[in-house]
Design a binder for this molecule. Sequence first.
Ligand code: COA
Length: 258
Amino acid sequence: MAFQTLIVDIQDGVQLITLNRPEKLNALNAELLAELCEALEEADANDKVRCIVISGSDKAFAAGADISEMAGKSMVEMMTANLFARVTARITAIRKPIIAAVCGYALGGGCELAMMCDFIIASETAKFGQPEINLGVIAGMGGTQRLARFVGKAKAMDMNLTGRFMDAKEAEHCGLVSRIVPAKKVREEALAAAGKIAEKGRLAAQAAKQAVNSAFETPLAEGLAIERHLFHALFATDDQKEGMAAFIESREPQFRDR
Ligand code: COA
């Protein structure tokens, strides 16, 4: 499908989705969010795609939900459309791993979108923030909840109450991002990481994603039970037999997603 606000490219099992409203710092308007959900769902259903990377421009991953689109809305309109709840549900239902490659601003909805991905690779220029308080509102796509779970209460409160931005170093230090790379290398590094994931068996990769994500949704005992169930279930797959046989025979495994 052709998109107006995204550039989509598939190479070697990796789908790169580039947010493409650079003149508005990739502000997330309804059209972009609808297209992003479409693109992710297409990737999830496409057998040629094994891992997904979401990226923005050099200046902005995304500078938040589109303020001009929201500014005149009433409470009733916001509640009736319930746009962010629907978008969040669709993005977090994607089963294939998603990496956020963040250069520049990841603010408000941009930070929340990055946090909905499975991990974040950031450039040295990345800046994260939940500055909605400056607009007289609060985060509406997980910026109080995911941020608190990922970086703890102190920093989540600081970010949501003061609206300050966090640079890449601080974000890595507190566990929001997994790696920092020079700005010119961020897409390359994210695509390389996605390429590594694309080499794994899809069933195990999806199980790993589901298991880690359940750490943020469940009490420990329940999360451990989910992990164990998925671990045991993978023994019903050909990929487990192949992966372990390949190790014993000192060769590379040939996973077939079965
Ligand atoms: N929604 C709508 N438009 C946005 C936007 C947003 N969240 N963020 C940036 N833009 C637009 C600007 O209005 C401007 O458009 P214009 O050229 O038609 O005037 C364009 O993107 C460039 O932004 P600008 O503010 O001129 O860039 P800057 O380098 O001076 O500042 C930011 C960059 C990110 C600090 C600033 O744009 C900003 O604070 N954006 C809003 C961040 C925010 O509050 N996000 C949470 C939203 S809920």
